[in-house]
Design a protein around this ligand. Structure first.
Ligand SMILES: [Zn+2]
Length: 358
């Protein structure tokens, strides 16, 4: 009898302990979460509505596609959304990289003047993009990399305003591989369609290693800088390579946006390695999706896609469910990260690294 009671108690403790330690799929709506990398390019409130329904706060990031008026549009949408949804939407502007005056004092002054205004409106970060390293060139035709000293005045200005830089630099390593060697179908499809960005076809462009080295050197040269590397810091293919950088650069965190499939791809091969990585670097990872919504998009289709992505990602990180991805062959199990790791990944790290006032 005693033994039976003991076993029963043990069982109850185990079940209770489990439900305490891990979130379930059903916990998804009740946990306040932050998607720290999205793009709102509309004023109709559709993105914000879905975020509220799924208990998400949003960080909308602007990027420099080379068109200054598009950059201003993105910024205006971001500010409008943040004003309409105080404490629920935050934003990071960017600047137009005008190569015309590059290298002059005038160039830096113009960028800084613009950023000064944008930051004063309430920006939480400044976003830099892959055009640095992959598109913009100096007068001699040389690619301008992120560690170029010509950027120093702008970087120093951002540092002086005590906000981080968010950087999407380089591309997934797949970009430098032939289509058949790429690990996931979204990269394969994207680069098959956008051959101008498929670096395997353009050996005259900087290599993958050049991109990573320039970013590393940039961090080396700016030890006081807080830097959030988008898309797992373009080291999405290998958690060990990313771990090396996180060890080396204490001011660096990364968002997971648009690269969850790469973690899944690795966990299909070695789940514990990915899980251990997420636990060890639990203070350095920010959840994000990189999904965008543009005026004119189908609102219902968008909402479904957004909701499904958020739910699928939650299942992967929070539960141990068996899953598969449309992006690669094979099954994998969710990481079932402990509650406190999920809270950091999904909220606390964004609050900390972006200095959000909730
Ligand atoms: Zn993005």
């Amino acid at each position: 009898m005693r033994m039976k009671t003991f076993l029963l108690l043990l069982l109850v403790t185990m079940i209770y302990g489990c439900s305490e330690r891990y979130y379930t799929e059903e916990d998804f709506p009740s946990v306040l979460k932050i998607d720290s990398h999205i793009h709102i390019h509309s004023d109709d409130g559709v993105f914000e509505e879905q975020a509220a329904a799924d208990n998400f706060l949003l960080v909308t990031l602007n990027y420099d596609n080379g068109d200054p008026s598009y950059i201003r549009d993105q910024f205006n949408y971001a500010v409008l959304s943040a004003k309409k949804h105080p404490g629920r939407v935050f934003y990071g502007p960017t600047f137009f990289f005008d190569t015309a005056g590059w290298g002059t004092e005038e160039w830096s002054r113009k960028v800084i003047d613009q950023l000064d205004k944008d930051i004063s409106e309430g920006a939480i970060t400044v976003k830099i993009w892959k055009n640095i390293g992959m598109t913009v060139r100096d007068r001699s035709g040389k690619f301008i990399m992120v560690d170029d000293p010509g950027l120093d005045p702008v970087i120093n200005f951002i540092k002086s305003r005590n906000i981080p830089i968010t950087g999407h630099l380089g591309e997934p390593r797949n970009c430098w591989l032939p289509l058949e060697e790429m690990t996931v179908d979204n990269d394969r499809n994207y680069f098959a369609r956008n051959t101008q960005y498929h670096m395997y076809l353009h050996p005259e462009y900087p290599s993958y290693e050049d991109q990573i080295n320039a970013r590393d050197n940039f961090l080396e040269r700016n030890p006081g800088l807080t830097f959030i590397g988008c898309h797992l810091g373009s080291l999405e293919w290998n958690v060990d390579s990313l771990a090396l950088r996180l060890d080396r650069y204490p001011g660096m965190a990364v968002d997971i946006s648009a690269r969850t499939c790469h973690l899944q791809y690795q966990s299909a091969r070695d789940r514990e390695r990915v899980r251990d990585f997420c636990i060890k670097y639990q203070d350095r990872l920010l959840y994000g999706t990189d999904i965008g919504y543009t005026a004119g998009d189908d609102p219902e289709a968008f909402k479904t896609r957004m909701h499904d992505t958020w739910i699928d990602d939650w299942k992967y990180f929070a539960t141990a469910k068996k899953m598969s991805s449309p992006l690669f062959e094979g099954e994998f199990s969710g990481l079932q990260l402990p509650k406190k790791v999920i809270d950091k990944l999904y909220r606390e790290n964004a609050v900390h690294w972006y200095g959000l006032k909730l």
